[in-house]
Design a protein around this ligand. Structure first.
Ligand code: 5GP
Ligand code: ZN
Length: 114
């Protein structure tokens, strides 16, 4: 997607602090971290959000999910962490490219969010 911020980050057109990459997924540090560890996991193929996941393209979301425990290990999140995917305007999604937040590095509240 030509005008998509995360597609541009995947393409290397916008710099990011990479923490993990494989053939399908890129993970990088959130520019405005809400916790000591705050990483965004994005598929290299554009999908708008979880709301656009279907049986045909579910593997794209799965690429991200398989990467999450690897990234958590790399980051030393041995005591747990939170995974969030905001969907659409009411869900607080600001970048319309599917992504999963990995939040951790401290004891998080039980009330969701960050
Ligand atoms: P959303 O609100 O869509 O769930 O999450 C988008 C996230 O992307 C936000 O947490 C925001 O801080 C982060 N973000 C926005 N622009 C950039 C950027 O240019 N670089 C990085 N690394 N993160 C960004
Ligand atoms: Zn995109």
């Amino acid at each position: 997607m030509a005008d998509c911020l995360f597609c541009k980050i995947v393409a290397g057109e916008i710099p990011s602090t990479k923490v993990y990459e494989d053939a399908t997924v890129l993970a990088f540090r959130d520019v405005a971290p809400q916790a000591p560890t705050h990483i965004l996991v994005v598929p290299k193929t554009h999908v708008d959000s979880l709301d656009a996941v279907t049986i045909e393209n579910a593997a794209i979301a799965g690429w991200c999910l398989q990467a999450i425990p690897k990234i958590a290990k790399l980051e030393g999140l041995t005591n747990g962490y939170r995974v969030i995917s905001n969907v659409g305007e009411d869900g607080g999604q600001t970048v319309p490219h599917l992504h999963f937040h990995i939040i951790g590095g401290k004891k998080l509240s039980n009330h969701g969010g960050f």
